[in-house]
Design a protein around this ligand. Structure first.
Ligand code: TUI
Length: 308
């Protein structure tokens, strides 16, 4: 299936992996790349030199294109932005902020820039700043989110910009076909790849996602200006109770400090942050990245017809 996104990135399938903190390391990025999608290393809050190492390790595992997601709340984002260029990475996605100040550096060095946005206004701003494509991410997605739904955000972003739009929050062929109908030219998948066989995420986390129902996530941090979608557990119950009681930003931060690492690496799904999208209810088994992508594309092509 050819779209402006497959052409732009030189990939076989119009599928981009989410740049998930702790989850999107070199093995997952390479597996997605080798399966024909765009793999991503999520720089998140990792020390910049660790990001460099991750890029180098991914290069050893694949000759296909892969990118780096730069998380803009990271105080080291500028250093990561430079490392991406030094290491010859060809694609960057960004999250949780406005990447305008890095745009010139990246564009001058031939890096394709695909900001993740949660509003039409930010999508337009990114197009003006020189973005090559846009990921429109709705509030159903896991992790740091905006307030719009995918169904309403994607077509409004498609109408507002001329660059290609990627719809986030998709996990199967029906969702892919729907995204295409809304005008998206690729999908971004995060939660679906969390449970990939090649994902290094702790088995407890994967099982929690696999067992999740549609209603099993909560949004913490609405009061601090950093809303984060996570699966419900002891941590979210305490967090939401404290938030309701008007706890300070500092007190709330203490509850979640290191909590994503705890869930992803140690498998503590009781006290940790189990970030996942509402789509988790649709994910029922561990599959390889190739099975995830090819299964979805086959289903989507049948729905969309031969011209897909
Ligand atoms: O970035 C994400 N999702 C993330 S980042 C992340 S790491 C983290 N962990 C704990 C606490 C905080 C962060 C976990 N999940 N998605 C892309 C995304 N970007 N969603 C929403 C936005 C966004 C929000 C505001 C993009 C731009 C924006 O602009 C605000 C402004 O004007 O600067």
């Amino acid at each position: 299936m050819k779209t402006r996104v497959t052409e732009l990135l030189g990939i076989e399938y119009p599928v981009i992996q989410g740049g998930m903190a702790w989850v999107a390391e070199h093995k997952l990025a390479a597996a997605v790349a080798n399966a024909g999608g765009l793999g991503l290393i999520g720089a998140a809050s990792a020390p910049p030199e660790v990001v460099r190492e991750e890029i180098r390790k991914a290069k050893e595992l694949t000759d296909k294109p892969f990118g780096v997601n730069v998380m803009l709340l990271n105080p080291n984002a500028e250093e990561v932005a430079k490392i991406v260029v030094e290491e010859g990475v060809k694609v960057v996605t960004t999250g949780a902020g406005n990447p305008a100040k890095f745009m010139k550096l990246w564009k001058d060095n031939g890096v394709k820039v695909i900001p993740v946005v949660a509003s039409v206004a930010m999508a337009k701003m990114m197009e003006r700043a020189g973005a090559d494509a846009i990921v429109a991410e709705g509030m159903e997605s896991g992790g740091h989110i905006g307030a719009q739904t995918t169904m309403t955000l994607v077509p409004q972003v498609v109408d507002a910009v001329n660059i290609p739009v990627v719809a986030a929050g998709i996990a199967d062929g029906r969702g892919f076909a729907a995204a295409r109908m809304l005008g998206a030219e690729a999908v971004q998948m995060g939660t679906a790849f969390v449970v990939a066989k090649e994902s290094i995420v702790h088995e407890n986390y994967k099982q929690r996602v696999i067992k999740a129902r549609d209603i099993d996530s909560e949004v913490t941090g609405a009061s601090t200006g950093h809303p984060i979608r996570v699966l419900r557990n002891k941590m979210t119950r305490e967090y939401l109770k404290k938030e309701e009681e008007g706890a300070s930003f500092e007190e709330l931060e203490l509850l979640t400090l290191g909590s994503l690492r705890k869930a992803v690496m140690e498998g503590d799904v009781v006290n940790g942050s189990v970030m996942a999208g509402q789509i988790a209810g649709l994910i029922h088994e561990e599959k390889t990245c190739k099975e995830i992508i090819e299964g979805m594309m086959k289903e989507a092509e049948a729905l969309l017809g031969a011209k897909a």
